[in-house]
Design a protein around this ligand. Structure first.
Ligand SMILES: Nc1ncnc2c1ncn2[C@@H]1O[C@H](COP(=O)(O)OP(=O)(O)O)[C@@H](O)[C@H]1O
Ligand SMILES: [Mg+2]
Length: 473
C-alpha cells in the first residue's frame, strides 16, 4: 500500500526523498533524531487568530521565479528563505482556522483531527523561525530541513481527509464537503508550492549534482518550474502510466493519438500538469473501455494560445482566458467556505479583490483537448462531476468504501487519489476527486478545465493553462 511516489519526470520528489527520506526512517531511525533537532514552540490560539487574520495574496508563477535561476548565490538563497518564511505561517494558520470552523463532530473525526494536528506541528516548527530573519547559510540549511519536514508531514493529506470525510458523511453534506475541500486543497497547492520551490532552489544551488542527472535539461528548471515544459512529453509520460493501470484493470488499453503543436513549450509546474493530465486520461480510458470502444483512439490536441491574444487581452476583460489577474478565490485564499460553517458570511475576510495583482509578464499558454469516444456523461451525472467524491466508478466498490473499513476495495478507492508530491497507488478511478482537484490545479494559475459531453458519443475536455511568460535572466 501507499507505494512511493513514482514520478520519474519530476525533479522535486528527488529532493524530498533525499532530504526527508522515508528510507531513513525505515533503516536507521534517522528521522526520530532529526525530529528532536527541530525547534518547536507551542502555538497558542492567539498566534493562530493573529496569523489567520493576515490577508493571503494571490501567488503568481512570477513570484516563484523572482529569486533568479539556479544555482542561486547565497544572498539569493537567503532571500528565498525569507520570502518563504514571510508567507507560510499565515497560510498554515488560515488552514488551522478553517479546519476548526468545521462542525465539531467532523473535526473530531480521527483522520480530520490528524490533519489539524499536522498543521499545528508545522506551524510550531515554523514560528521560532518567523520571529527573525535568516542571515547565514547555516540557518538556511536548517530552515531547508524544516521545509522538507513540512512537505513530508503533509504528503498524505488528501487521502487522509478523504477518509475522514467519508466517515463523517452523516454529519456534513456533500455540498459542504465540496466547499471546504475546494478551498482547503487550493490553498494547500500554494503552500506546498512555496515550500517545494525553496527546497528545489536550495538543492539545485548546491553541489548535489547526483540529483540533477535524471532531469534531461536541468538548465530549464527554476526550482519546481520548468521554463521549457513540453506538454506533449507530459502527455506521453502520463499515457504510459495510465495505460499500465488500465491494462491491469481491464486487460485492454486504448491508444492515444497526440496531435497539434507537439513541440510547443511554456513555463509551468510539471507536477501540476502531470497530475491533471493523468486524471483526465484515466477518465477517458475508463469511459472508452467501459463503453466497449477500446479500438477508438483517445485524441489529445495541443493548441498554443496565440501570443497576441494574450498581449492585447491584458486586464481588458473580455476573453476569459486572456484576463491577466489570478483571483484569490482560485487559490483558496478567501476563507468563504470555512466561514460559512460559523455563520460568518466571510465579508470580514481580509482578502479582497484589492489584493489581486496582474502577472508581471505576459502569459502565453496552451489549451489541451482530450477527446474520447467513451459515450459521454449523462445529463443527471453532468451536474455533479465537479463535486468532490462524486463518482460512477464501480458501484459495488463505491458502496463498500462507503460502508467503511480500511480493507479491500475501500483502500483501492482511497489509493486512487493522488496528487503531486502526494500519496496514491494508482487505480483508474475512485472517489471522484479527479475532476474537481484537477480543476483546482488548472485554475490556480489562471487556467481552467471545461468538460463538454456529447451524451451517447463521447467527451471533450479542454484544459487551458497559462505560462509564466518570459523568465528574466
Ligand atoms: N471522459 C469521461 N467520460 C465519461 N464520464 C466521465 C468522463 N470524465 C469524467 N466522467 C464522469 O465524472 C465522474 C467523476 O470523475 P472524477 O472526478 O475523475 O472521479 P472518478 O474518476 O474517481 O470517478 C466519473 O465517475 C464519471 O462518471
Ligand atoms: Mg477520475
Amino acid at each position: 500500500m501507499m507505494a512511493q511516489v513514482q514520478r520519474p519526470l519530476v525533479i522535486q520528489s528527488q529532493f524530498i526523498r533525499l532530504c526527508c527520506p522515508r528510507n531513513a526512517r525505515r533503516t536507521t531511525g534517522a528521522r526520530a533524531r532529526h525530529h528532536k533537532q527541530l525547534h518547536t514552540s507551542t502555538v497558542t490560539d492567539n498566534d493562530i487568530t493573529r496569523l489567520a487574520s493576515l490577508p493571503l495574496h494571490p501567488l503568481t508563477l512570477a513570484d516563484l521565479v523572482k529569486h533568479g535561476r539556479p544555482p542561486l548565490t547565497t544572498s539569493q538563497l537567503l532571500s528565498s528563505s525569507n520570502f518563504t518564511l514571510s508567507i507560510l505561517p499565515a497560510r498554515l494558520a488560515h488552514r488551522i482556522q478553517s479546519l476548526r470552523n468545521l462542525p465539531f463532530i467532523v473535526v473530531s473525526n480521527p483522520h480530520i483531527s490528524k490533519i489539524h494536528s499536522n498543521y499545528i506541528h508545522s506551524l510550531s516548527t515554523l514560528l521560532p523561525w518567523a520571529e527573525r530573519e535568516i542571515t547565514t547559510i547555516e540557518d538556511e540549511v536548517k530552515f531547508t530541513e524544516v521545509m522538507a519536514d513540512l512537505v513530508q508531514t503533509h504528503a498524505n493529506t488528501i487521502s487522509i481527509l478523504a477518509r475522514g470525510f467519508l466517515e463523517a458523511r452523516k454529519y456534513i453534506s456533500p455540498t459542504d464537503v465540496t466547499k471546504f475541500l475546494d478551498e482547503h486543497l487550493r490553498a494547500r497547492i500554494g503552500t506546498r508550492l512555496i515550500a517545494e520551490q525553496h527546497l528545489a532552489l536550495h538543492f539545485s544551488s548546491q553541489p548535489h549534482q547526483e540529483i540533477m542527472h535524471e532531469v534531461e535539461d536541468p538548465g530549464s528548471f527554476v526550482g519546481v518550474i520548468d521554463t521549457k515544459l513540453r506538454p506533449a512529453k507530459i502527455v506521453q509520460h502520463c499515457e504510459s502510466v495510465v495505460s499500465e493501470i488500465c491494462e491491469l484493470k481491464y486487460g485492454v488499453r486504448p491508444h492515444v493519438v497526440i496531435n497539434g503543436e507537439q513541440e510547443y513549450t511554456f513555463a509551468h509546474v510539471p507536477v501540476h500538469l502531470e497530475y491533471i493530465i493523468t486524471e483526465l486520461l484515466k477518465n477517458a480510458f475508463r469511459a472508452t473501455v467501459e463503453s466497449g470502444k477500446e479500438r477508438e483512439p483517445i485524441e489529445v490536441t495541443i493548441a498554443p494560445l496565440p501570443e497576441e491574444l494574450v498581449e492585447n487581452g491584458n486586464n481588458s476583460g473580455g476573453n476569459e482566458r486572456s484576463r491577466a489577474a489570478i483571483k484569490n478565490k482560485d487559490q483558496g485564499n478567501t476563507d468563504i467556505a470555512s466561514n460559512s460553517f460559523t455563520g460568518n458570511d466571510g465579508s470580514a475576510s481580509p482578502s479582497s479583490d484589492e489584493q489581486i495583482r496582474p502577472l508581471a509578464h505576459s502569459t502565453p499558454g496552451v489549451t489541451i483537448r482530450i477527446r474520447d469516444r467513451g459515450g459521454g456523461i449523462s445529463p443527471e451525472n453532468y451536474q455533479h462531476i465537479w463535486d468532490y467524491s462524486f463518482t460512477t466508478f464501480n458501484e459495488d466498490q463505491a458502496a463498500s468504501t462507503l460502508s467503511g473499513g480500511n480493507s479491500g476495495s475501500g483502500m483501492d478507492a482511497l489509493n486512487a487519489i493522488s496528487g503531486p508530491g502526494g500519496d496514491g497507488v494508482n487505480s483508474l478511478a475512485g472517489l471522484g476527486y479527479g475532476l474537481p482537484l484537477g480543476r483546482a490545479y488548472a485554475e490556480y494559475f489562471g487556467g481552467g478545465i471545461a468538460v463538454q459531453s456529447l451524451w451517447g458519443w463521447g467527451t471533450d475536455v479542454y484544459l487551458s493553462l497559462r505560462g509564466v511568460g518570459k523568465v528574466e535572466e
